[in-house]
Design a protein around this ligand. Sequence first.
Ligand SMILES: [Zn+2]
Length: 354
Amino acid sequence: MNDMAKTLYIVIGCDTDPDRRDFIDNISGKKLSWRGMTEGIPETKSAVSDITDSMAKNPVFTWLIRADEQIKCIYGDYGWVLNEYKQFLNELENSGDEIGWHPHFYKHNDKHGIWYQELKDISWQCLMLESAYKSFNEIFPGKPRSVRMGWIYHNNETMKKLDELGVRIDFSAIPGLRTNLRKNIKFPHNIYDWFSAGSEMYHPSDADYRRTARKGERALSILEAPNFTSHSCFWGMAFGLQMARKMKDPVQIIQAVRKPTFWVNLTTVPRLFAPLLRSLGKELRKTKKTDFFFMTYFHADELIENNSAIYNKENLKQNLVNISEICMKLNIPFTFIKAGEVPLLDNKHAILRK
Ligand SMILES: [Zn+2]
């Protein structure tokens, strides 16, 4: 069967965080280490240079750069990464990639000398976003247009703030996943809630960032484009068990029963990325939509030599090859695009639908 009317758009985001100390060996000094970015990115770009989409174009990436309180505390300036690596980032842009934003709500507890996720002070979150955005925008005028939040965390106010600042797309959502803030955790990390979100792209409601606007609510202009997940019961349960271990929270298992969700990074070993690809193949076959979006991401330090047996840049390459093979088998053209192009395509089709 010829399915030429359909197209798969592949959006590859990278949370360009500093190297994690428990993940990368030999990080010295108190400052942050950025080898994942400075070494991992060029190596990966050259590693995938023999992969092309149906338009004969190489993979493009959306590099989401840190500009937030932690960067300001350590380097004295929200825009330090953007300034320090400006030429490097400009070169990435010139090669066809996009420079977006990855703000974390890290706050420092001086007494315990520990960084934690600020969850309670929402006005601080919004003010920080505003100031960091301003810095970003001064260094890269007109940007950022695309965002992935640190720890994929959002609340109604932070989503509204990104909208108000002019961000066009957020692709933090991993629908079906939620981590829970438990009372005994003093310095939380990695807390987020996308449990009720669906897998379709949407303009969030001002009353709930996880869904579209209902009657009487306002729809934000920003587009939320959820990451691609699999709803396989087996893999969803396996993932729930793994999350329960990681978060030391048995509630993860109950959530997985209620909403089986499987998701992994693009840098994950292909045999564990395969469940996502099986779901992608199924959905591509069955969808009536002409445009199908595959949103995916990874972290910069997964591109360099690390302590895990699961993440590396060769996996990223093989997973992209495997996606392209699925499309070729189904005779569906596929194309790599930047996150910032998604709202443009979405608008174009919204106009055509009218
Ligand atoms: Zn991050």
